[in-house]
Design a protein around this ligand. Structure first.
Ligand code: T1G
Length: 692
């Protein structure tokens, strides 16, 4: 089987692309398609051509892995599309699965497009920090109009074939066998002349107001990103310039976007997210448990949010609480969340009822006896969790997975109270659990491969991004965020204002800085942990400036006052009382204040994450640097176009990172020091070799 098979169906030549898993436009595909067009051109008996994908989809786009190849080695998608546009016989794109990016651009250059009803069509390039670089910015506006084209290219989300049909992007929806339907369509349109070419149409619906609004919109939705504004420029050209002008400009601007650090960051995350699910020793043959029913202990904020993930995936949930009040409260929160989603038109009331009907509340933990997985989501206290797992061990059926949602506690210690530690795992959801996509899958010492593989499959099924982490205090995300918080507090002790540290993170692209995040989480949480840790360690009572803020009754957003004031209950406003408290504190402690630049604040905050991340890699708590990046993007709002903290450090150069850490009095982690000395990046670190 070649990359592109040619088969004659009477006077129609069918070109079938076979490049699993997603028929990306990889090396070999253009060659095969050109050979197919050559055959069609050279055979008078061929009156039309069908291009179809073998396997599960049409072409899912250019091969992202080839973006950094030298130009002469990269598949020439533009060259093929130019030939297709000029082809003298009718061509029909037969679309199933997804036609994305370059795949849709091939289809747009065909004479006609037919699709199965459930196919999806889109131009997601903006999500990779680039733009449709093979005619999409010029052809899509010419077929669906400028407003819809802008929505599709700036959002990067696909539309269903049924909508595409209404828009005229698809000429026919094929019921039954796509190949047969496409051949029949090609035969029926073989004699139509002149051949309709999208490149010869006008792009309708553009206006100065529309483009101005689009530019204003991306300032919020794509803050700091390059390619969205280029997309708007090109869409504008489609309305005012001849096709060839826009086509040529598109090539130039595509290269500019592709070579940007933002595109490198976004492409890094595209692959890192998929790599995170690959664990040495786990294969497609690793046995897994089918999850037909779930049990959740605790119907509070976390338990309720976790339950929603299962209900959304159609998995029945039995949820346990200790009192009817708590149960009723939990269920009403879940129902209210669904009703709010329905108000936004993203759920029907019938679907809300359908989900709620999958939920069985109970006060009796014994009702969990048939669950395939039970997730404990109760108070963060080891004794409480041990008691629950001891009871679960006697209740849960053989083979049931026993998971804890703890955010920091030792999963090995929890597993140790059961007779089945191989069935115990940590599933650390991030709040709000029904929204945040990150799931830290905490592999304990005795967790079996089967339980791990089942948890990874479950993460995909409930639409979470699962990252496997090891057992330590805070696992990966929270362990690093503690170092980041320490460094933020030190910045303030040295003279920065809290809003300076937060502003530095806003400038980097994070939605919130360290102190806005602390206020939102509640300052009392950290305060109690610090007091408890000092007491256990027999150390004096902590008296940091943040402790004093809490002791003044300012616990954060929930008390309308924390580090910031919240006059409207939500928006943080610098508080005079914090400035006064800091002035007093620094005087009492004899601290010398100094001006701290935004650059220093940014380096110290981000590199504190990176340095702890390097230690986490050395200890094997995270497998690869990309895993840490995925955690920070999906769990802590690190901008995806920066690629994550470890990728950001690679872009800065680890030599520079190590030097900056030393400049600020921090010791680079041994791995960071080693890679810096070797002139390597985290991405180049051979972690599998390092693990032996
Ligand atoms: N290039 C290379 N590899 C790709 C790929 C692509 N476009 N798409 C997927 N893969 C790999 C992926 O890494 C994984 O590999 C495997 O295929 C299965 O993917 C000029 C420049 C199509 C919806 O952005 O959205 O065209 O881990 O796990 O969940 O204008 O893949 O098995 O080794 O995601 O079923 C535009 C990206 C490119 C589409 C299927 N196209 N892909 O989802 O499988 S830029 C895209 C997806 C472009 C032109 C521009 C999804 C999917 P491995 P998967 P899935």
């Amino acid at each position: 089987m070649s990359t592109v098979d040619q088969t004659r169906e009477g006077d129609v030549l069918v070109l079938t692309i076979n490049n699993p898993p997603v028929n990306a436009f990889s090396p070999g595909v253009p060659e095969g398609l050109h050979a197919g067009l050559d055959a069609a051109e050279g055979d008078a008996g061929v009156r039309s051509v069908v291009i179809i994908g073998g396997g599960r989809t049409f072409i899912a786009g250019a091969d992202i892995k080839t973006f950094d190849l030298p130009r002469e080695q990269a598949p020439d998608l533009r060259g093929f599309i130019a030939r297709l546009d000029a082809f003298t016989k009718p061509t029909v794109a037969a679309i199933h699965g997804t036609a994305l990016g370059g795949g849709l651009e091939v289809a747009l250059a065909c004479t006609y497009r037919v699709a199965t009803r459930d196919a999806q069509l889109g131009l997601p390039e903006v999500k990779l920090g680039v733009l449709p670089g093979a005619g999409g910015t010029q052809r899509l506006p010419r077929v669906v109009g400028v407003p819809k084209a802008l929505e599709m290219m700036l959002g990067g989300n696909p539309i269903k074939a049924t909508e595409a049909k209404e828009l005229g992007l698809v000429d026919e929806l094929v019921e039954g066998d796509l190949r047969e339907g496409a051949v029949a369509f090609a035969r029926a349109h073989a004699d139509e002349r002149p051949l309709p070419r999208l490149s010869e149409r006008r792009a309708e619906g553009g206006s100065p107001e529309l483009f101005a609004a689009a530019r204003e919109g991306i300032r919020k939705t794509h803050r700091g990103q390059l390619s969205p504004s280029l997309i708007i420029d090109l869409a504008e050209m489609a309305t005012s310039q001849p096709f060839q002008e826009g086509w040529d400009a598109e090539a130039r601007l595509f290269m500019q976007a592709k070579d940007s650090p933002q595109s490198r960051g976004l492409r890094h995350i595209f692959f890192a997210e998929r790599e995170a699910g690959k664990i040495p020793g786990l294969t497609r043959d690793t046995p897994t448990t089918e999850i037909r029913a779930a049990g959740i202990i605790g119907a509070g904020t976390m338990g309720g949010g976790i339950a929603m993930n299962f209900l959304n995936a159609g998995i029945p949930v039995t949820i346990v609480e200790t009192s009817q009040d708590a149960l009723d409260r939990g269920l009403s929160v879940i129902r209210k969340n669904y009703e709010n989603t329905a108000k936004k038109g993203r759920l029907t009331l019938e679907q809300v009822e359908g989900r709620m009907n999958l939920l069985t509340p109970t006060l009796d933990m014994g009702d969990l006896k048939d669950a395939d997985i039970i997730i404990e989501a109760v108070f963060e206290n080891m004794d409480v969790k041990k008691d629950i797992f001891t009871r679960l061990d006697a209740i849960a059926k053989p083979g049931a997975i026993l998971a804890t949602n703890t955010s920091t506690l030792d999963v090995n210690e929890i597993a140790s109270v059961t007779s089945r530690p191989e069935q115990v795992i940590g599933l650390h959801f991030f709040s709000p659990a029904n929204v945040m996509r990150l799931l830290e899958i905490v592999r304990a010492d005795k967790t079996s491969d089967s339980v791990l593989a089942t948890s990874l499959a479950l993460a995909r099924r409930i639409k979470k991004v699962g990252v496997v982490v090891g057992v330590c205090d805070g696992f990966v995300g929270n362990r690093m965020i503690h170092r980041y918080g320490d460094e933020a507090r030190k910045l303030v002790e040295e003279g920065a204002r809290p809003q300076d540290a937060d502003a530095a993170m806003h400038a980097l692209g994070l939605p919130m800085g360290p102190f806005e995040m602390s206020d939102m989480a509640g300052l009392d949480v950290g305060y109690l942990i610090r007091q408890h840790q000092a007491k256990v360690a027999g150390k004096p009572k902590p008296d940091g400036w943040l402790d004093r803020i809490v002791e003044a009754g300012r616990k954060g957003q929930k008390t309308q006052a924390g580090i910031y004031d919240y006059p409207d209950g939500r928006k943080p406003v610098p508080a005079a009382s914090t400035d006064e408290l800091l002035t007093t504190y620094r005087q009492e402690k004899g601290l010398q204040s100094r001006e701290i630049s935004q650059e220093e604040a940014t380096e110290r905050l981000v590199y504190s994450l990176v340095n702890e991340g390097a230690r986490i890699l050395e200890e094997g708590i995270a497998q690869r640097a990309g895993d840490i990046d995925v955690i920070y993007i999906y769990g802590y709002g690190f901008p995806a176009y920066r690629g994550g903290p470890m990728r950001y450090a690679d872009e800065m150069g680890l030599k520079n990172v190590a030097a900056a850490l030393e400049k600020y009095g921090q010791t680079p982690a041994p791995l960071l020091r080693q890679l810096a000395d070797e002139g390597k990046t985290f991405e180049q670190w051979d972690w599998e070799k390092a693990r032996g």
